[in-house]
Write a protein that binds this ligand. Structure first.
Ligand code: F6R
Length: 365
């Protein structure tokens, strides 16, 4: 039931603090420095033998895999490859024997992801599945896995299932990292950051009325660019996908520095850009990408962590999100792009829960 919400998508966006709470329940080890999972069916020793990961998925789940890759490489030091399930199944990917394959599918029924799982198993690999639907085909055929426990998702555009996939990816990265070189203290900080996620998401959701006003000012856009760096590049892709799916406004996501290699040709008053701006070594680089847009009269919506000063007149709109640990920032940064697409689509009178041409689970090739 939708209750007081206009659409299931809106309800599911606002349910995210609770969904994320459920994803984490019972999954912290007693020592407070790592995560634990009941269904991996791999011992700690077997996990230490893994020297590479292959993550396969489609659509939104593929974006979640890109974030997981960033965190696993950064914290566990393991090389990770991410593939579209539909491509993996047909290309002859050489997999070394110690590669661990992981497929990610909210529904657990996506045919391409299921085919990728079977292909990896055929080649002798154990495959873990990250799914939201208990007893789904992918969950049953996998050799082990992690359930998202985000609750049923009705809206066709994935919201709470996506953030819970991001969270599972972050939790898996910590688990792998603590079996390798990550220190107890860094593990404990990471755990504290994970535990804070529902509250951080609640804070990000408080921007909803502000974002609704911004959305109303940009519905005439013909195209839109979403730009982010490192772990926020996949969130830029996700923002663009969400906007396309439900509002039919053409949008693309890029790493901000790629602007000058082509997409900058699109910049005009009719093509606003959404930038993720966070502290760190790339802050000044992102600012210079914003200046390139501004110089071409492009409008800028900045999604910016609290405490960062932006030069006056650089951004036309600023949406604040709480500053937080790198492992959870992608989750928090997703909230404003979900809300922005939702309110833009609503403003345009689109059928948000049932966008044209889309189905909730894609069981045809
Ligand atoms: C977009 C969306 C799709 C799905 C994709 C994979 O909002 O929902 O891109 O993410 O079809 O679905 P699952 O995760 O069920 O395999």
């Amino acid at each position: 039931q939708r209750g007081d919400y206009a659409h299931f998508m809106e309800k599911e966006i606002f349910e995210q603090p609770a969904a994320l709470e459920n994803t984490m329940r019972g999954r912290f080890a007693a020592d407070g420095s790592t995560t634990q999972f009941g269904g991996l069916n791999l011992s700690a020793d077997e996990l230490r033998q893994v020297d590479r990961l292959l993550l396969c998925a489609c659509g939104t789940a593929w974006h979640a895999c890109l974030v997981a890759k960033h965190l696993i490489e950064r914290f566990a030091g393991l090389p990770v490859e991410v593939d579209y399930a539909s491509e993996f199944r047909y290309r002859n990917a050489p997999l070394s024997p110690r590669t661990l394959c992981v497929v990610m599918s909210q529904s657990g029924e996506t045919i391409d992801t299921l085919a990728a799982l079977r292909e990896a198993q055929r080649k002798g690999h154990r495959v873990l599945a990250i799914t939201n639907v208990v007893g789904s085909t992918i969950a049953r055929e996998a050799d082990g896995g992690i359930y998202q426990h985000a609750g049923p998702e009705i809206g066709v555009a994935s919201t709470k299932a996506f953030t819970s996939q991001l969270l599972v990816g972050a939790m898996l990265a910590l688990h792998l990292a603590r079996l390798r070189s990550l220190s107890f203290n860094d593990g404990a900080d990471y755990v504290a950051a994970l535990r804070a996620v529902p509250q951080l998401v609640r804070q990000a959701l408080e921007q909803a009325p502000h974002i609704a006003q911004i959305a109303a000012r940009y519905v005439q856009a013909a195209d839109m660019l979403f730009l982010g760096r490192l772990a926020l590049f996949p969130i830029a892709l996700e923002g663009a996908l969400k906007l396309k799916e439900i509002s039919y406004i053409h949008a693309e996501g890029y790493p901000a520095a790629e602007l000058k290699h082509g997409p900058i040709a699109l910049i005009s008053e009719a093509c606003p850009s959404v930038f993720f701006v966070t502290r760190g070594e790339l802050f000044s680089k992102v600012l210079s990408s914003m200046q390139e847009v501004k110089a071409r009269r492009g409008k800028i919506i900045a999604i910016c962590t609290t405490g960062l000063e932006l030069p006056a007149d650089l951004a036309d709109e600023v949406i604040r999100i709480p500053d937080c640990h790198e492992a959870v920032l992608p989750i928090v940064a997703t909230i404003p792009v979900q809300l922005l697409s939702y309110y833009m689509a609503r403003e345009l009178g689109c059928d948000v829960d049932k966008p044209r041409n889309l189905a909730k689970s894609v069981t045809v090739e």
